[in-house]
Design a protein around this ligand. Structure first.
Ligand code: PRT
Ligand code: MG
Length: 218
């Protein structure tokens, strides 16, 4: 890929999202000597320098992380498995489960669902995952794509099921919904651009190895 911006083998760009993944990834990164010199919650910078020479952080939307890594704008990225499963591409390596930001992707709904036209209607941000899930079960389901507040859909008759991330279950309970099935367990993964794994092998493999060691140590 003709990527002059980020082609220096001594410079490594790591894509992360703000919010809970950033908060939980930071202690891991700090333990391997990568600490941002600016606080991303206070700074408006989208590229953050770190205490590690040549390592910079790209702060982007969670759903954009696999895109930046696949196209090589970032060499490495940290993204939720939910985001990776929903992403249309898959042209990157996924060498490590960081075991952070853990939750599950689940099917939920009102305890007594009333099927609209006798057919399951599922509202979700995870339309690809939901379609694949119901296809695997052999269940006819109409999947409605939403971009947020999935819990609202069953309350106003838009859908009788939602597919959403669940951690404590408090959000579901607060909206009178119950969890029916777990689709899969979720955690954040380290992903790596395929070309960078070769052209920046020394630096990239050192970061993977260091992270693997701190994840194992808990
Ligand atoms: O908003 P934007 O699209 O930029 O990104 P984001 O805000 O979704 O990113 P961020 O940093 O919040 O990270 C989201 C990622 O964290 C997800 O992709 C998951 O991989 C992971 N994660 C882990 C979670 C949760 N746990 C989680 N509980 N993401 C969201 N939630 C939400 C869930 O959607 C629901 O609304 O929390 C609510 C459920 O939590 P409980 O505890 O009430 O069950
Ligand atoms: Mg959010």
């Amino acid at each position: 890929m003709g990527n002059t911006f980020n082609s220096n083998p001594d410079e490594v760009m790591l894509a992360v999202s703000k919010g809970r993944i950033f908060e939980q990834a930071m202690p891991l990164l700090e333990r391997i000597g990568i600490t941002p010199t600016d606080d991303p919650d206070k700074s408006r910078k989208l590229v953050l320098d770190t205490t590690a020479p040549g390592v910079r952080l790209l702060v982007i939307r969670a759903t954009d992380v696999p895109t930046y890594v696949e196209y090589g704008a970032a060499d490495l990225g940290i993204a939720g498995k939910d985001v990776l499963m929903e992403y249309e591409g898959s042209d990157y390596y996924e060498p490590l489960d960081l075991k952070i930001a853990q939750c599950r992707l689940a099917v939920a709904g009102p305890p007594q669902a009333v099927l609209v036209d006798g057919r399951t209607r599922v509202a979700t941000k995870y339309s690809k995952v939901a379609r694949e899930y119901y296809a695997r079960l052999g269940v006819q389901a109409e999947v409605i794509k939403l971009y947020g507040s999935m819990e609202l859909a069953p309350l106003v008759g838009l859908a009788d099921r939602i597919v959403d991330l669940v951690d404590t279950g408090n959000t579901l309970r607060a909206n009178g919904l119950v969890e029916f099935e777990t689709i899969c367990e979720i955690s954040s993964r380290l992903i790596v651009n395929k070309a960078a794994m070769k052209t920046k092998h020394k630096r990239v493999s050192a970061i993977i190895a260091a992270l693997r060691a701190v994840v194992k140590d808990g």
